[in-house]
Design a protein around this ligand. Structure first.
Ligand code: ADP
Ligand code: ADP
Ligand code: MG
Length: 620
């Protein structure tokens, strides 16, 4: 077994790898950029080497610097994690040339699967069913258009070098093809430095089914069953699970066998994922599942496979890289229960999922589920890297058990003041189609607003919070169930709101000027406002009573005035705060004893309102 390991990555995956390495007694070396000097992965590793400035292309993507760091620290091996250099065959070759162990497949396997067109050609040759389409030998726009017409719309234009959901355009109509091709090519050129594309039939009712495969240097290849990653936003996975809902044993057998065949075709060693697209219009059927691409690395969502198989895939990777045989044979592997993972992002669903950066003052995901994260409370979320801050993973005997556990954990999540997508994940997990397991990759796009989390806390949470802020301003012994209505003005995330908190159950009273309301995975701040006050309405008879001892500082009405419900009558100053007393209903000011500057005691009658229409008309 290797005795030391450099992790060429950051964030949650670096921490994940360190955890297993440590358990196996392997010395760990982290690398970090300027922005990550205080990062969790740096603190968790036995040693850490600074490799450059914050932008990834000046640090985590500088292969030579990383190899030099391995040399400086005497690390025996390099684990690339996912993203960054993990699927870079040239980097893998440089690692090997430096005499280090590469925790991944041979560079030739990475190359074979690196471009989507070449990979599909290879799979066709190996007898693996691939998504129907045109592989793009001739890249002229005319030819591409003719091929798209022949395939039949809708089609998907895909950058051959694409990844991470980028460089893809769905085209529904021949007339739109040329424009879509142009924009896809521009994105592909700028993102991947390669503007070549292929064209695929766009599969309707698409489900993303992928199979975890593993190979060793002794000729063994096994699969560790499938995952379903159909819940996607803009072609990026949001929630993943294993096994796939509705997968029958025969279909599983067929798709997993196809995955093993694909891995064998490229002499695969280590952890890899074969991604398939399924036409699920008639359930999952073996003859409607096609190869899409292979990811020649550990996958973000590998934990769901670990949870249903009881295996540690990073341990498998390190054993295989050390030359050992796979820990288990195919017949030793079985599925136990169900696992579901949600990707928690520092982003604001209400602002078009814009990344949210800053200090994580609060970060609490509870302890009911597995949490793979690279940050702690107090960490700084920088704008330089992927905004994924954690993966929350739940296991259950059944899919429903796993789903409920995951939804409960996200519902209780507290992330603040950085925004997170936890509230959105809760909505997605509770969506009837997801609950029923009848998902497809278009669900999020179709449901759109229906999955947006509430913009405000529930009434109940809001009035309790308001009371906890305003009550300390009330005299001791003041009873909430006394007849006056209590309300005040507050700022909810900076927006003025008036809240009637007569019926509140405030729990603890807040000492500070603001409280946080955490609910449904979201957090709001409620702050006392300048004009915050307690408005004593009236007993049913229209009497306006002073809610506490204080001094009258304003009287806004005169006897005989008509007033409308909520109109301010008298302002009382007490406990250094102003309290507005408002009309309880539309009516006329019949009686007014309050005078500016006057001291009043609790319960004193300040005015009386007679409801409009109550005064008897003469003659009736
Ligand atoms: P996977 O295919 O592994 O499930 P996706 O296809 O959704 O994952 O995309 C994950 C991709 O995100 C990685 O392949 C990589 O391109 C990019 N990435 C880079 N760094 C990170 C990170 N720290 N967290 C999440 N994603 C990252
Ligand atoms: P990437 O390298 O960006 O991960 P993929 O080829 O894996 O690209 O496709 C990403 C996602 O796009 C898939 O998970 C699926 O949701 C969607 N997709 C890809 N190909 C098709 C297709 N032919 N029909 C329908 N959806 C597709
Ligand atoms: Mg993919």
């Amino acid at each position: 077994m290797i005795d030391s390991l450099l992790i060429a990555n950051r964030g949650e995956i670096a921490c994940r790898i360190i955890r297993t390495a440590r358990a196996l007694g392997i010395r760990t070396v982290a690398v970090y950029s300027d922005a990550d000097a205080q990062a969790l992965h740096v603190r968790q590793a036995d040693e850490a080497v600074h490799i450059g400035a914050s932008p990834a292309r000046e640090s985590y993507l500088v292969g030579d610097r990383i190899i030099a760091a391995a040399r400086e620290t005497g690390a025996a091996a390099i684990h690339p994690g996912y993203g960054f250099l993990s699927e870079n065959a040239d980097f893998a070759q440089s690692v090997l040339d430096a005499g280090l162990v590469w925790v991944g497949p041979d560079p030739s396997s990475i190359r074979a699967m690196g471009l989507k067109d070449a990979a599909k050609e290879r799979m066709i040759a190996a007898g693996v069913p691939v998504t129907p389409g045109y592989l793009g030998a001739d890249q002229s726009p005319d030819r591409l258009q003719r091929e798209a017409d022949a395939i039949g719309y809708p089609v998907l234009i895909k950058a051959v070098a694409g990844g991470g959901g980028k460089g893809m355009r769905r085209v529904d109509d021949a007339a739109d093809f040329a424009d879509a091709l142009g924009s896809c090519r521009r994105e592909a050129a700028s993102s991947f430095g390669d503007d070549r594309v292929l064209i695929e039939k766009y599969i309707l009712s698409p489900r993303h089914i992928e199979v975890q495969v593993f190979g060793d240097r002794h000729g063994n290849v096994v699969h560790l069953f499938e995952r379903d990653c159909s819940l996607q936003r803009r072609h990026q996975k949001v929630i993943e699970e294993a096994p796939a809902p509705g997968m029958d044993p025969a279909t599983r057998e067929a798709v997993c066998a196809a995955a093993v065949k694909a891995a064998q075709a490229v002499d695969y060693v280590g952890a890899g994922t074969i991604e398939f697209i399924a036409d699920a219009s008639d359930g999952l059927r073996a003859d409607r599942i096609w190869f899409m691409e292979m990811n020649t690395r550990l996958q973000v969502e590998h934990p769901v496979t670990e949870e249903i198989t009881g295996q540690d895939l990073v341990e498998w990777q390190l054993r295989v890289a050390s030359g050992e045989q796979l820990p288990l044979t195919q017949t030793d592997l079985a599925i136990d229960g169900w696992a579901m993972e949600a990707r928690l992002y520092a982003e604001d669903p209400a602002k078009g999922f814009l990344p949210s950066i800053g200090r994580l003052d609060l970060f609490d995901l509870g302890d009911a589920t597995r949490v793979d994260t690279g940050v702690q409370q107090g960490a700084e979320i920088s704008p330089f890297y992927d905004p994924m801050i954690a993966k929350v993973i739940a296991w259950g005997e059944t899919r429903e058990d796993a789903r409920e556990t995951l939804a409960d954990a996200l519902d209780a999540a507290v992330v603040w003041p950085v925004r997170s997508n936890a509230g959105f994940l809760v909505e997605a997990l509770d969506h009837p189609a997801f609950v029923a397991g009848t998902l497809d990759t278009g669900l999020i796009a179709r449901e759109g607003d229906a999955l947006m989390p509430p913009v405000q806390p529930t009434e109940e949470a809001l009035i309790d919070a308001a009371a906890s802020l305003a009550m300390p301003g009330l005299v001791p012994g003041f009873r909430l169930n006394a007849s006056p209505r209590l309300s005040g003005s507050f700022l909810l995330d900076g927006e003025p709101v008036t809240i009637d908190f007569t019926d509140a159950d405030p729990g603890e009273l807040a000492e500070a000027d603001s409280v946080l309301i955490a609910e449904g995975g979201q957090v709001w701040e409620l702050r006392r406002w300048r004009a915050t006050g307690v408005a004593a309405g009236a007993a049913a008879d229209g009497a306006i009573l002073s809610p506490m001892p204080g001094r009258i500082i304003a009287v806004d009405v005169s006897v005989g005035d008509s007033v409308i419900k909520g109109q301010k009558l008298v302002t009382l100053e007490a406990m250094k705060m102003e309290h507005s007393l408002v009309a309880p209903f539309n009516g006329v000011v019949e009686d007014l004893t309050a005078i500016v500057g006057g001291q009043v005691s609790e319960g004193a009658t300040l005015s009386r309102i007679v409801a409009s229409g109550e005064a008897p008309l003469a003659g009736e």
